[in-house]
Design a binder for this molecule. Structure first.
Ligand SMILES: C[S@@+](CC[C@H](N)C(=O)[O-])C[C@H]1O[C@@H](n2cnc3c(N)ncnc32)[C@H](O)[C@@H]1O
Length: 242
């Protein structure tokens, strides 16, 4: 990606997501101008996506759903294993990004399908083994509804994976990251104008809805802004069997 394209994308992010119309219309207005350069820029911004897919570790013949798939970039992190899966459904509401996802999914026509639907409501035809969300939970209009929907579509014992930006509570549980007052004020405001809602509550609700198998929390660099590091988490949980 050349510097001009990168700066254009950065400008788009700084200008923010238009809040007019439906959620789908607002996503389209925001992403349409960046759809072609989306992957290159997000490679530097959305950390932990490969680690999420590797940690999910779906069994052979697994049915997998990604909610808020964007361009479908993450399916490439499955590598050759994609051929061992029964199905991967890529779900998103944003038409320009779904066009990119469809082009990518065409490489695995018998496994990968692309669905235009709302992550808060979409239901696959059968219960699935794995659901994952990569930097999309914080962008859905109602993230609690999205988590409930994700858990509902899993079979008992199935796994839910999430990687996303976050900020900690002022007093987090022992052993978890504690962010400064400045970080806790700055990052939610910084992302809010892109319609991305950072909260410490994801982690608590995910832990309430599933048995926690894995949690990691990190900070990562932000392209073109060398002094900043943004916090993100990676969560894997298992749906309870009762
Ligand atoms: C930051 S992008 C991440 C895309 C992709 N998961 C990745 O890792 O590159 C967030 C995605 O969530 C999608 N999204 C936001 N709200 C949604 C909703 N309610 N239903 C489905 N997708 C949604 C957006 O259209 C966008 O593609």
């Amino acid at each position: 990606m050349n510097a001009t394209a990168e700066l254009r994308t950065l400008f788009q992010l700084l200008r923010g997501r238009p809040q007019r119309g439906s959620h789908a219309q607002s996503l389209k207005a925001f992403y349409a101008p960046q759809a072609h350069s989306y992957d290159a820029f997000r490679e530097q911004l959305l950390h932990g996506r490969q680690a999420l897919v590797e940690r999910l570790d779906p069994p052979r013949n697994a049915r997998v759903v990604e909610l808020g798939c964007g361009t479908g970039r993450n399916i490439e992190f499955f590598g050759d294993r994609i051929g061992t899966l029964a199905s991967v459904e890529l779900v998103d509401l944003c038409t320009p990004l779904l066009d990119q996802a469809r082009a990518r999914a065409a490489r695995w026509p018998s496994v990968v399908s692309v669905v235009e639907a709302d992550a808060e409501r979409y239901r696959p035809a059968h219960p699935v083994d794995c659901v994952y969300l990569s930097y999309s939970l914080s962008m859905t209009a109602n993230w609690r509804k999205t988590i409930c929907n994700a858990v509902r579509m899993l079979r008992p014992g199935g796994t839910l994976g999430v990687v996303d930006f976050f900020v900690s509570e002022a007093t987090p549980p022992p052993g978890e990251a504690r962010h400064s007052w400045i970080s806790r004020q700055f990052w939610p405001r910084w992302f809010a104008h892109d319609g991305v809602h950072l909260t410490p509550e994801h982690r608590r609700v995910l832990g309430d809805c599933t048995d926690t198998l894995h949690l990691e929390q990190h900070t990562a660099p932000v392209p073109w802004l060398p002094l900043l590091r943004v916090p993100y988490y990676l969560y894997i949980g298992r749906k309870r069997r009762n």
